[in-house]
Design a protein around this ligand. Structure first.
Ligand code: G3H
Ligand code: 13P
Ligand code: NA
Ligand code: ZN
Length: 328
C-alpha cells in the first residue's frame, strides 16, 4: 500500500534503521527495486524527479507505481517527489498521487542558483501548508550539495548549483536547521555534508575533511523530531566502473560514499538515503556486458533483464546494510 514518508520514517526512527530512496524512471527500475524489497521484506521509497515525469510521462509513471502496489500488496511504498524546484511542481506531484514531496528551496526555480535563506523558508512553508492539508509529507533542504574538495555541485547532473559554492554553503548549520524546521514544519530535512549528485563526488576515497559524517549527530541533536535525509549517497562501486570500462565505456577515476559511512550516518540519525547514480551505473554496466557478450542477440529483453538483475542485487545490498530488511 502507499503510505506517507512521515509514517515510514517515524517507524525507521523508532527502530533505528535507514531507508534507501531509489530514483525511478522506467519499468525495469521499478521492478528491480520491488523485487529486492520483496526478497528482503523491506519497505521502499520510490522517488521521481521532475525529469522522470517528463521522461516517462505522468500517467505512465503513476501507473507503473500503481502496478507495483498491486503486485506487492504487503510492501509499504512511499511515492516521493525528488527535488521539487517550485511549489507548482510539488502540487503537480500531489495531484498525481505522490504521498511525499521535496520542496528544494535551497536553489531558485532554475535548480541552479543558490537561494537566500528567506526564500527557502517562505517557499518551503507554503508547500508544507498545502501538503499538510492533504496528508502528504514534506522534505526540505538546507545547505547546498557540493564537493568540499572543489566547491562544485557535481558536473553531470541536472540538479545542483552552477558555479563555485562557498565552504559554509556546503555544510548545514545545526542552529539554522533548528530555526528552519520551526518556521517551515518540514517532516524531513536534506542536509549538506559534502556529498554531491552524480558519479563524480570525490577524486579519492573520502576522509572526514571532505565527507562530514560527524556533523550529522549535531544536526540530529538540534532537530531530533525531523528526519534527516542524505542526498548524493551513491557509493559508485569500483567493480561496476571496471565492468563499464571493460565493455567500451569511458569513465574517469572517481569515488562515491562508502556504504560503511552511510551506516555511520544512519547511526547518527539519517533516515532517508537517496540513491540514483548507483542504479544507473549497474544497469549501464550490465547492458554493455550483455550486448558485448551476445553480439548476435537482438531481443532487448536480454540486456534489460540483465540490467534489472544487477539493479536488484544492488538494492538488496542497500536494504540489508541500512537495517531496512525485515521491516516491511
Ligand atoms: O537529484 C537528482 C536525481 O539524481 C535525479 O536526476 O533529474 O536526471 O532525473 P534527474
Ligand atoms: P546520487 O547521484 O548519489 O545517486 O544521489 C541521488 C540523489 O540525491 C537524488 O536526489
Ligand atoms: Na528527495
Ligand atoms: Zn538529491
Amino acid at each position: 500500500a502507499l503510505i506517507s514518508l512521515r509514517q515510514l520514517l517515524d517507524h525507521a526512527a523508532e527502530h533505528g534503521y535507514g531507508v534507501p530512496a531509489f530514483n525511478i524512471n522506467n519499468l525495469e527500475q521499478v521492478q528491480a527495486i520491488l523485487q529486492a524489497a520483496q526478497a528482503t521484506n523491506s519497505p521502499v521509497i520510490l522517488q521521481a524527479s521532475a525529469g522522470a515525469r517528463k521522461y516517462a510521462g505522468e500517467a505512465y509513471l503513476r501507473h507503473l507505481v500503481l502496478a507495483a502496489v498491486e503486485t506487492h500488496p504487503d510492501i509499504p511504498i512511499v511515492l516521493h517527489q525528488d527535488h521539487g524546484a517550485s511549489a507548482a511542481v510539488c502540487v503537480q506531484a500531489i495531484r498525481s498521487g505522490f504521498t511525499s514531496v521535496m520542496m528544494d528551496g535551497s536553489l531558485l526555480e532554475d535548480a541552479k542558483t543558490p537561494a537566500s535563506y528567506d526564500y527557502n523558508v517562505r517557499v518551503t512553508a507554503d508547500v508544507c501548508r498545502i501538503a499538510r492539508a492533504v496528508g502528504v509529507s514534506v522534505e526540505g533542504e538546507l545547505g547546498c550539495l557540493g564537493s568540499l574538495e572543489t566547491g562544485e555541485a557535481g558536473e553531470e547532473d541536472g540538479v545542483g548549483a552552477e558555479g563555485k559554492l562557498r565552504h559554509d554553503q556546503m555544510l548545514t548549520d545545526p542552529t539554522e536547521a533548528k530555526d528552519f524546521v520551526a518556521r517551515t514544519g518540514v517532516d524531513a530535512l536534506a542536509i549538506a555534508i559534502g556529498t554531491s549528485h552524480g558519479a563524480y563526488k570525490f577524486t579519492r576515497p573520502p576522509t572526514g575533511e571532505i565527507l562530514a559524517i560527524d556533523r550529522i549527530a549535531a544536526i540530529h541533536a538540534a532537530i531530533p523530531n525531523t528526519h534527516l535525509v542524505m542526498h548524493g549517497s551513491s557509493s559508485v562501486p569500483q567493480e561496476w566502473l571496471a565492468i563499464i570500462r571493460e565493455f567500451g565505456g569511458d569513465l574517469k577515476e572517481t569515488y562515491g560514499v562508502p556504504v560503511e559511512e552511510i551506516v555511520r550516518g544512519i547511526r547518527s540519525g539519517v533516515r532517508k538515503v537517496n540513491i540514483d547514480t548507483d542504479i544507473r551505473l549497474v544497469m549501464t554496466g550490465a547492458m554493455r556486458r550483455s550486448f558485448a557478450q551476445q553480439p548476435s542477440e537482438f531481443d532487448p529483453r536480454k540486456a534489460l533483464a540483465a540490467a534489472t538483475k544487477a539493479a536488484q542485487a544492488l538494492c538488496q545490498q542497500r536494504f540489508e546494510a541500512f537495517g531496512c530488511a525485515g521491516m516491511a
